[in-house]
Design a protein around this ligand. Structure first.
Ligand code: DGY
Length: 386
């Protein structure tokens, strides 16, 4: 079992907190040290496997702040719990790498970081949408290769998205933010697919439609698709914002791709396994007018064979939340979750309801609460009441 190199901060403190990667900013570290934590931070960029994490935890750890790339299986959570762990705090909003059911059975709270990456991730999805639709990386490659010999009427023609139809799969926080950006910015009609009705989003689009009509412009529309094919068939852009679960794995495979317009743009900034990547490569090869913008991959960091060679694919390395403000905020929330559980503080209710974690991110002292514990209700943790 190889012990990762650990940077130790506040060595004489009471609680031992393992952090499996260096995190951006310094507020997270100040929160932990002020709360009496000895913080041990794994160095280097290698993803830690179960053996390395266990070696870092050793005989005793009170909390771990970990990454979405790590295998937080039942066995690892059991070992953390047996070593005295009282919380696993994930530096991410998504937690498909964590066996939350096992954690709950062990009585172990699992923290995550909602709210702070909503607009950031939506903006990246917008960037991918337009990069793919307007062939920005192809133009960039052409310029760098010295291939631009002068303006031509038919060079690198892309797709206009203004007043076209937007299909959003998963209209939760990020999907709704992306929808608003695209509908409001580019006057697109929205079709969304979600198990839940998003009343707030529907009202927002209806109000915007009324605003347009008041300005003598054609309105935009919003409706919830009755089934996925209904959306795929209609949309000029399809953007995926659903969580990865056993039910959503390969939500988009060969049959779904075949249902889409052969000039559509497909964007995924949620989780890679939602798309059957091998089928996507085949589809992009057969349909050069179909374009895809990918932030996430089925077997990260690997890509399916052939993906990197596709001219009609825009590929970035899981950058959805990659802004300084957001990543520092995520670090703050992950630390605040650990501190609150170690200090016996209650759970902030607004995160579960609306992702509202703003009071934790400002300059002032954060509330004495855990910003977001995903299994708080199942564990019967007290809710913050002011
Ligand atoms: C998350 O937090 O789940 C994101 O994927 C990180 O960007």
């Amino acid at each position: 079992m190889s012990q990762p190199d650990l940077r130790i901060v506040n060595p004489a403190a009471t609680f031992r907190v393992i952090v499996t990667k260096e995190l951006p900013g310094d507020r997270w570290l100040r929160l932990l040290t002020a709360a009496g934590c000895r913080v041990e931070i794994a160095q280097g960029t290698d993803v830690l496997g179960e053996a390395e994490i266990l070696a870092a935890v050793g005989d005793h750890a009170d909390a771990v702040i970990g990454q979405l790339t790590e295998p937080w299986t039942a066995s690892l959570l059991e070992r953390l719990s047996a070593a005295g762990g009282r919380i696993y705090s994930q530096f991410a909003v998504g937690y498909d790498n964590v066996d939350v059911e096992a954690a709950t059975q062990l009585g172990l709270p699992v923290g995550n970081t909602p709210g702070v990456l909503t607009e950031t991730t939506a903006e990246l999805a917008v960037a991918l949408t337009f990069s793919a639709a307007r062939r920005v990386p192809e133009g960039d490659r052409m310029m760098r290769a010295g291939g631009y010999d002068g303006w031509l009427p038919d060079m690198l023609l892309g797709a206009l998205l203004h007043r076209r139809t937007l299909g959003v799969i998963g209209a939760g926080r990020i999907g709704a933010a992306y929808s608003r950006m695209m509908v409001e910015g580019h006057k697109m009609d929205l079709v969304y697919y979600d198990v839940r009705v998003n009343d707030e989003l529907e009202r927002y689009v209806a109000d915007y439609a009324a605003f347009l009509e008041n300005h003598d412009e054609a309105p935009v529309s919003c409706r919830r698709a009755t089934n996925l094919n209904d959306l795929l068939h209609l949309a000029d852009v399809v953007s995926i914002h659903a969580a990865l679960t056993p039910e959503t794995r390969h939500l988009i495979g060969a049959p779904e791709l075949a249902t889409m317009k052969d000039t559509a743009v497909l964007v995924n900034a949620s989780r890679g396994p939602l798309i059957d990547e091998a089928a996507l490569v085949e589809h992009c090869r057969a349909n050069p007018g179909f374009r895809v913008g990918m932030d996430v991959y089925e077997r990260e960091p690997e890509m399916a064979p052939g993906l990197a060679e596709l001219e009609n694919a825009v590929l970035v390395p899981h950058l959805g939340s990659a802004t300084t403000w957001t990543r520092e905020g995520m670090a703050t929330l992950a630390a605040a979750n650990a501190v609150a559980i170690l200090r016996g503080w209650p759970v902030w209710p607004a995160a579960a309801d609306a992702g509202d974690v703003a009071p934790f991110l400002g300059g002032a002292e954060p509330p004495r609460a855990a910003p977001s514990i995903v299994n708080a209700a199942e564990l019967g943790l007290a809710r913050w009441s002011g």
